[in-house]
Design a protein. Structure first.
Length: 567
């Protein structure tokens, strides 16, 4: 009788768990995206191509679509050229000061998105510090070059190479040195070996990074918004600009952007499978850096390396230095000994009003980061331990946000939850802080799932089996054996997700509550008003604090993940 009751209790528990999982996945991952697709092709409750025709009749919409594709194609070329080059000069060739160069090239990891763009505007913009310095030397210098298409490409070319520094560096270290030695013994030159052997082996990784770069360019927001302006307007800023004035066009552009991303992912994946090279041998030799024997080639590569490094680190150096100067120095772009002060930090750190967006971002980001990690961890346990028939399907549903730009996700949430719904027990979520946190959780699900899934594969089942054989229950075994094994990764993921969400702008600009401005929104507003020294001072202090915080998180959290799993 007891066994029957336990079996009934277990079945009811499985049904309850299955229902909750279905409700969460359907309500926030499936239905909003289906709803926005349905909304794009309906009008007054009937199927209609009205929104599509409006897009086709709008020269601004067509131009935005063209600009997005142009930017994606351009970045696929420029980012690969710069990205492959900086990996080679730090990891493949023997270059003096390569460790310093690597730190410079990795600087984009400590600040990105709206913060990075504002930093580049502060340095290279029409009223930027570097621009003013050059104009003092060359009065005819064209200060307006840093705008439109050229400005956006410049910013994004150097901001997206962090993928190369992570993924391509790991792939290069795995190249079998025996292959290179064999080519050297046959008389092949250094650059011949690079072109004929090393690069073909790295081709799958380069192609994978190219996909990421292309999709990043297609869904770019911060750089086209702040640097491109109306001169070079891409899809994401256009969708935001039209969300209230022309909602039909905005929704259709969101759907077009989502379909483009999905279609390109499928196409690129098929191409990638047909063009893969491997370097294998029974005993692999550790990779050794190569000398550049040609004197002139060595000089040229060294000079280019340090010029690129200067471009990377100059915004950071200027931001840090000018954050400790008074408003007159910031506004004029000139520094004297008496310009240095701690007043900016005292005012910012001592003003609750100024720090309110910062505290809002911390609050929303930490809540979302904790929820997403433990929610995904729960899904991982169900996948590995549960007998639910739908457990295999869950992993594919959790990857849906990876297929869609954040704009599409935001538009789906707004469109779905702007009225009372049975899915939310009658609550209206649009216009609340809750929908922002939900959006944060959704966009971080795929990355969190990928890492936790890989880590859970490393958990040794023998420890759990030994615990159970000694009479320990499932909950006790999980609490004392399984959880401690993955807990360091859980903490690292919470920190990394928090680090990336705290300055988010792309998603936040659609979902935030006007009375609860976040850091990303505040930074964007202050960037629009950069002519004022007081506003710039606050922005600089914000940026320095964020860079310090990001550096700490990356050092302790991201480094541990890289040691445990290939990202």
């Amino acid at each position: 009788m007891v066994n029957i009751l336990n079996k009934i209790r277990t079945n009811w528990l499985n049904i309850l768990i299955g229902f909750v999982i279905f409700w969460v996945l359907f309500s926030f991952l499936i239905y909003p995206n289906v709803n926005i697709l349905f909304s794009a092709f309906t009008y007054n409750g009937k199927l209609s191509l009205r929104n599509l025709n409006m897009v086709l009749d709008s020269s601004r919409a067509i131009k935005g679509l063209f600009n997005s594709i142009l930017l994606a194609v351009t970045l696929s070329i420029t980012v690969n050229i710069v990205g492959v080059f900086i990996v080679l000069v730090t990891e493949y060739f023997e270059i003096k000061g390569s460790k310093f160069l690597k730190l410079g090239f990795l600087s984009t990891l400590i600040y990105g998105g709206i913060v990075l763009v504002s930093g580049y505007i502060f340095s290279y913009g029409e009223n930027g510090i570097l621009t003013k310095f050059i104009q003092n030397i060359f009065p005819n210098y064209n200060a307006g070059w840093f705008s439109g298409y050229l400005g956006v490409v410049f910013v994004m070319t150097f901001s997206v190479t962090s993928n190369h520094m992570i993924f391509l560096t790991n792939a290069l270290k795995k190249v079998d040195y025996h292959t290179i030695e064999a080519a050297q013994n046959l008389g092949e030159s250094t650059f011949g070996i690079l072109w004929k052997i090393v690069l073909p082996i790295l081709k799958p990784t380069i192609f994978a990074v190219t996909i990421l770069v292309f999709l990043t360019g297609l869904g770019a927001y911060a750089a086209p918004l702040l640097v491109g302006g109306r001169e070079f307007e891409t899809l994401n800023p256009l969708i935001r600009a039209l969300v209230y004035d022309s909602p039909g066009i905005s929704i259709m552009l969101s759907v077009i952007l989502g379909l483009l991303v999905i279609g390109l992912l499928i196409t690129f994946t098929r191409i990638e499978r047909k063009n893969t090279y491997y370097s294998t041998s029974k005993t692999q030799a550790r990779f050794k850096k190569q000398k550049i024997n040609n004197k002139y080639a060595n000089i040229i590569i060294n000079v280019l390396s340090y010029i690129l490094c200067l471009i990377y680190i100059l915004p950071i150096v200027l931001i840090v230095i000018f954050s400790f100067t008074d408003t007159n120095a910031i506004a004029s772009g000139t520094i004297r000994l008496d310009s240095f002060t701690l007043k900016n930090y005292i005012e910012v750190l001592g003003s609750p009003r100024i720090l309110t967006p910062f505290f809002n971002s911390i609050r929303f980001s930490i809540v979302a980061s904790i929820i997403v990690v433990f929610f995904v961890f729960f899904m991982i346990i169900i996948k590995f331990k549960s007998k639910l028939k739908a457990a295999g399907l869950i992993q594919y549903l959790l990857l849906i946000p990876w297929l869609l730009p954040s704009t599409v996700i935001a538009m789906g949430l707004i469109r779905t939850f702007n009225t009372s719904s049975i899915l939310t027990l009658g609550a209206v979520l649009t216009g609340t802080t809750t929908i922002l946190i939900i959006g944060y959780i959704i966009v971080k699900i795929p990355f969190t799932y990928r890492i936790l899934n890989a880590i859970y594969y490393t958990v040794d089942d023998s420890f759990e089996n030994a615990s159970k054989s000694l009479g320990a229950g499932k909950i006790y075994t999980f609490r004392k054996v399984t959880l401690p094994t993955v807990f360091p990764t859980i903490l690292a993921l919470i920190a990394i997700n928090f680090n990336s969400l705290i300055t988010d702008y792309n998603l936040t600009v659609f979902l935030y509550h006007p009375l609860h401005r976040t850091l990303g929104i505040d930074i964007k507003n202050k960037t629009d008003l950069m002519a004022g020294g007081d506003v710039q001072a606050i922005l600089l202090v914000y940026t320095v604090i964020l860079m310090v915080f990001s550096s700490i998180v990356l050092y302790f959290a991201y480094g541990k993940l890289l040691k445990r799993v290939e990202i």
